[in-house]
Design a protein around this ligand. Sequence first.
Ligand SMILES: C[S@@+](CC[C@H](N)C(=O)[O-])C[C@H]1O[C@@H](n2cnc3c(N)ncnc32)[C@H](O)[C@@H]1O
Length: 255
Amino acid sequence: MRIREHGAVSEDDAWSTVAAEWAATWGAAAAPAHAALLDATVVGAGARLLDVGCGSGELLRIAADRGALVAGCDPAPGMLALARRAAPEAALREAGVEDLPWPDGSFDVVTAVNALHLADDEEGALAELRRVLVPGGRIAVASWAEHAANDLDAIEAAVAEADGDDPSPDLPERLPGGLEALLAANGLAVEASGIVEAPWAAADDAALVSAVLLGEDAATLEELGPVVVAAAAPFRFPNGEYRLLNRFRWAVARA
Ligand SMILES: C[S@@+](CC[C@H](N)C(=O)[O-])C[C@H]1O[C@@H](n2cnc3c(N)ncnc32)[C@H](O)[C@@H]1O
């Protein structure tokens, strides 16, 4: 899943290219983080919620089921098409966090899961999230936890090494206290934060390799597939299934 470390969505719209496969393999991976954010922001009937970088719409589905009035945006049309299917009641727009197509003060809660780091300018992105919130509204963010907290990252480190890449350092917001510091530095009052476990499974070698190397070409799959399988050996069960334990950090702040 090396696409998650790539910067903002590229001109050739990398996220749309992998949308269906991403949704099938990783779309539910952040579900425990989604639930933590919606619990902490007390999202319920009538709350106006915007999910930025909504991907294939999993958070929107849960929020709508809790009675929220949901809106979402994502710059990748392929992701938005899936979100439209997952949450037909959502007001969806093709947009990145840099320029949200809603007026000031439109929402009670704005969420961004594994999306803020894809903005060119995270501080500008936070200011934009704040702009569309009502005074006293809540910003709720989550990201993968630090490498050491995720089985997946051990596999990705092995892939990077085999590919001749240096291990990527943890983004600051992945580290303990990182999301809280980012929010506080931007004038937001942190109310709650935490870390949640996010189990993930692949049925067999093929499913594991295509999920970890999502978006890579056939030659790369052939070259690095065996690296993925070898690195994942500690997480393999006798029936051939792989079960990984990953974690997400989350934080909620008031505007
Ligand atoms: C890892 S997925 C996360 C999807 C979803 N938020 C979740 O909870 O799983 C990242 C999403 O961010 C979107 N994205 C990429 N660049 C973005 C930007 N500048 N602003 C907002 N979203 C962006 C991608 O198109 C993709 O759908």
